[in-house]
Design a protein around this ligand. Structure first.
Ligand code: HEM
Length: 390
């Protein structure tokens, strides 16, 4: 039995979770936390096993701390198992393939260049508001066709939807998530331009009309793509700046060899994963690497802990842009629910680091970086840095 000191949602553990994750991994493949009534899975082998065994560990009851029927939101992809999941995924998968990313790249590249040049002109910046928030917001706008009312609203909605997975859900976040859906229905969808992903989903039901005609499935699909990619990618971009401010020799390596950038993105995802965890539920008794799990259990898969498992990654706490197996992290999940937007997040971060690498010699800390209290996404509220020009 674990006590409060091993609760992943304790504020100290949210601030710097890695010592806590280390203790947790030592306790075994799965450990029951009675005060929250959840099973914690923190080793790479066991986390990977649960994510891949979608028959024993269902997503259909929700993937956050709160079960879907309790908070009322069901997203057609993340909250479903096959065959519904397979049908819904096929409806949109093609829009995230290589050709789609080739079409998206110029807009993302231009936006990254513009944001980075403006930030360098300022010199001293908050990397969150100046870089990490605007780039994903613009990318998602181009990707979906949705024109949000304003940037602050978009950030608040993105944050709120991320927080739906929290253990101590603030009713304000649930209200904001509802607001975003209401705005999307009343204003966002009617204003969609002719040819865009939003129209493809809403008017045609995705590829081959696979999404149900009832507007709710289409709307929830669009809503999930629209808001899943804001806070998550924003977290990754700021976590990257933070990592390179902390380890300037790694930034020197990237600047000397820009071909390392794609691997550097994987290493940031591994070393400081944006999503802390996702849940699965059991419908019948199951087992995780020899630990018996009862039916009707809530299983918290801590991917951010698995990504620092010394049994999988050599010297896992070391941030190393040349790490040969960085891409085997679980930051995007695994198997059938592997992040749909992973190619988008990778594209944004590669273009972002490329724009910075040509122009910035060093990131210097100029104030206190503050981590957000967000229980689901590990992100910064503020990250003050000086961009020293090349
Ligand atoms: C760094 C950025 C991102 C991270 C770390 C991330 C992480 C994840 C993870 C871990 C999952 C799997 C959840 C599970 O297994 O239950 C997931 C699923 C998903 N992500 Fe992302 N994501 C990111 C960006 C995006 C973007 C940019 C989009 C959309 C444009 C997006 C859309 C989705 C969707 C729709 C799913 C559900 C997939 C399914 O269930 O088949 N994500 N993401």
């Amino acid at each position: 039995m674990l006590g409060a000191d091993l609760d992943p949602y304790q504020p100290d553990h949210l601030e710097d979770p890695y010592p806590f994750y280390g203790k947790l991994r030592e306790l075994g493949p799965a450990t029951f936390l009675s005060r929250r009534n959840i099973w914690l899975v923190s080793r790479y082998e066991s986390a990977s096993y649960v994510l891949r065994d979608y028959r024993d560990f269902t997503s259909s009851l929700g993937v956050g701390f709160t079960r879907v029927p309790d908070h009322g939101y069901r997203y057609p992809l993340v909250d479903n198992d096959p065959p519904e999941h397979t049908r819904a995924r096929r409806a949109v998968q093609g829009e995230f393939g290589r050709a789609a990313m080739t079409r998206l790249r110029p807009a993302v590249r231009d936006a990254a260049t513009e944001l980075v040049e403006a930030a360098i002109a300022d010199g001293d910046i908050d990397a969150v508001t100046t870089l990490a928030q605007p780039l994903p917001e613009l990318t998602i706008r181009v990707l979906t066709g949705i024109e949000p009312p304003d940037a602050d609203m978009m950030s608040a909605w993105g944050d709120a939807v991320g927080q739906l997975g929290s253990a101590d859900l603030d009713p304000r976040h649930a209200e904001l998530a509802t607001d975003s859906l209401e705005w999307l229905t009343a204003e966002g969808v009617p204003a969609l331009p002719e040819h865009c992903l939003g129209r493809l989903i809403m008017d045609s039901g995705g590829a081959d009309g696979r999404l149900a005609e009832d507007d709710l499935e289409r709307l929830m699909m669009l809503d999930s793509i629209w808001l899943a990619g804001v806070d998550s990618s924003g977290s990754l971009l700021a976590n990257a700046v933070n990592a390179f401010a902390e380890f300037p020799e790694q930034w020197d390596a990237v600047r000397a060899r820009p071909d390392l950038i794609p691997n550097a993105v994987e290493e940031v995802l591994r070393w400081d994963s944006p999503f802390r965890s996702f849940y699965r539920r059991t419908l019948a008794p199951a087992s995780i690497n020899g630990v018996d799990i009862p039916a009707d259990a809530d299983v918290c898969v801590i991917m951010a802990a698995a990504n620092r498992d010394p049994d999988r990654f050599t010297d896992p706490d070391r941030f190393d842009v040349t790490r040969p197996d960085a891409k085997f992290h679980l930051a995007f999940g695994a198997s059938i629910h592997l992040c749909l937007g992973a190619p988008v997040a990778r594209l944004e971060t590669i273009e972002f680091l490329t724009a910075l690498a040509g122009r910035v010699r060093r990131f210097e800390r100029i104030g206190q970086a503050v981590r957000s209290a967000n229980q689901a996404v590990r992100k910064f509220s503020t990250l003050p840095v000086r961009l020293v020009p090349a």
